[in-house]
Design a binder for this molecule. Structure first.
Ligand code: HEC
Length: 159
């Protein structure tokens, strides 16, 4: 057997294993804007769930729930920007593409029912732009205003 062919025969099983594991990872969850759900789940565990809890339920005091509510922000004017600018999101030590992956995952994982039909997933570029301007003390009042707007929405996306 020629050396080149031998190398191919040896490499083939490894290639198949790699392809299969990539297919399993990709096939597990096809979420818009999420190129790596496994990475997103790990990032959520490491960077978010200490406050928002593993099941996204928050703590009913200082840390808000994600579950069954987070995507509602997408339907009120300014809510999309708010999500990209809250300190927990904006200041996390992750690069923009991983943060976009994580934010899109968080939205679909915890509140798929409220994702507006015309939702455009966050891109690395958008998240990168929003996080340059993190919210500070004004965020509580802004959040209260957005939440007050939930009652008026019917699932349309803001802007
Ligand atoms: C130190 C606690 C803490 C961590 C860590 C944290 N958050 Fe938050 N998060 C909050 C608090 C508190 C708010 C409410 C706004 C505010 O006061 O910052 C919030 C608000 C949000 C919101 C807006 C929805 C709402 O109800 O206000 C989203 C989305 C969000 N966080 C996602 C994340 C993600 C994703 C991560 C991980 C990258 C994360 N958070 C990490 C505490 C945290």
């Amino acid at each position: 057997m020629k050396p080149g062919r031998l190398a191919f025969v040896i490499a083939l099983p490894f290639g198949l294993v790699l392809a299969a594991s990539a297919a399993v990872r990709a096939g597990q969850v096809a979420i818009p804007g999420v190129h790596d759900a496994y990475q997103a789940r790990t990032d959520y565990q490491l960077k978010c769930q200490g406050c928002h809890r593993p099941d996204g339920s928050g703590d009913d005091r200082s840390n808000p729930p994600m579950r069954s509510i987070v995507a509602r922000f997408l339907s009120v004017p300014g809510g999309r920007e708010f999500i990209g600018r809250v300190p927990g999101v904006a200041t996390v030590d992750l690069p923009d593409d991983r943060l976009a992956n994580l934010v899109n995952w968080t939205i679909f994982r915890f509140d798929p029912a409220h994702v507006p039909p015309n939702f455009r997933p966050y891109t690395a570029e958008e998240v990168g732009r929003l996080r340059k301007n993190p919210l500070r003390l004004e965020r509580a009042a802004m959040r209260a205003r957005l939440v007050a707007g939930f009652a008026k929405t019917h699932g349309e996306q803001s802007q």
